[in-house]
Design a protein around this ligand. Structure first.
Ligand SMILES: [Zn+2]
Length: 289
């Protein structure tokens, strides 16, 4: 286990998946969210799996070396065809299995910007979405309407949130890092303010019984998302006045203004220093916009 943690750490600090990961020891765990709907965890983004009369609908696919294990875990639930894989956004820890799945004949679906960004990253043809959309899309599958809605600039500019109609379950992709500092991929079209707006809009559209699959972190509900939002808003209210004073990032880092959250939220994808740097600079750069 220690070896995995170290490999993960190095992978993250290098910002690449090129580091040799200890894939052999990674297990895919499956947890039931509600009838015929599951969350799977391995390494990378959380997977959502719907099974039913029309086949399997999969959300995200982690890393290429895990495809075999993911498919085996799905086969424990259903032997029906895997119809679609839906990418919540373009990042490699959510789309790394695309090429393998595409070669199996599974249709990949995602927002237009996922297609554009994967194309520009030289994703193999089989790994590109075969269907892309510009705002909203509905799958009529397994007795429900599975609705995907794009949010223009949040974690990236490629994000979709998926609503399982009738199940009261949503998959938020990386617009939600549960119990950890979120990553805002500014070069990838994300924005701090857009992330806040996306989380707020989602809270306003769900109820107390809604179950939420986050992109990373444990399964939760509206109360869990509210805590995340309150923390992000508090961080915003701490950093914005400092940005208005025009302080340099170096000076802000010395102040450690988010110290009270670092212990609870700084052990995930984002270490405290990196998180503060990204968010502070994005607030500073967008003060007058
Ligand atoms: Zn991501």
């Amino acid at each position: 286990m220690k070896k995995i943690a170290l490999a993960t750490l190095l992978t993250l600090s290098l910002g690449t998946n090129a580091f040799a990961q200890d894939w052999e020891n990674i297990e895919i765990t499956t947890t039931k969210v509600t009838d015929d709907l599951y969350i799977m965890m391995g390494e990378g983004g959380n997977l959502g799996v719907s099974i039913g009369e029309d086949g399997v609908f999969l959300i995200d696919d982690q890393y290429a070396p895990l495809t075999e294990k993911i498919v085996a875990a799905i086969r424990e639930l259903s032997t029906d065809d895997i119809h679609f894989v839906f990418n919540t956004h373009y990042h490699g820890d959510h789309t790394g299995g695309n090429e393998n799945l595409g070669k199996m004949g599974i249709d990949i679906v995602a927002h237009d910007n996922v297609y554009k960004r994967l194309l520009s990253e030289d994703m193999a043809k089989e790994g590109l979405p075969i269907i892309s959309f510009n705002d909203q899309l509905t799958f009529h599958l397994n007795g429900m309407d599975i609705r995907a809605k794009h949010f223009p600039s949040a974690h990236t500019d490629t994000d979709s949130i998926v609503y399982f109609g009738g199940k009261n379950v949503i998959h938020m992709g990386d617009t939600f890092f549960n119990e950890a500092y979120p990553y805002v991929d500014v070069p990838g079209g994300g924005s701090w303010k857009g992330l806040l707006a996306t989380v707020k809009a989602t809270i306003d559209n769900i109820d107390d019984d809604t179950k939420i699959i986050p992109g990373h972190g444990p399964l939760t509900n509206k109360a869990g998302l509210q805590i995340y939002y309150d923390v992000l808003m508090d961080i915003h209210n701490i950093l914005e006045p400092i940005a208005k004073q025009g302080l340099s990032l170096e000076a802000v880092k010395k102040m450690a203004p988010l110290k009270k959250y670092d212990g609870d939220y700084g052990n995930g994808f984002m270490d405290p220093d990196t998180f503060l740097g990204i968010v502070y600079m994005d607030i500073l750069n967008n003060l007058n916009m």
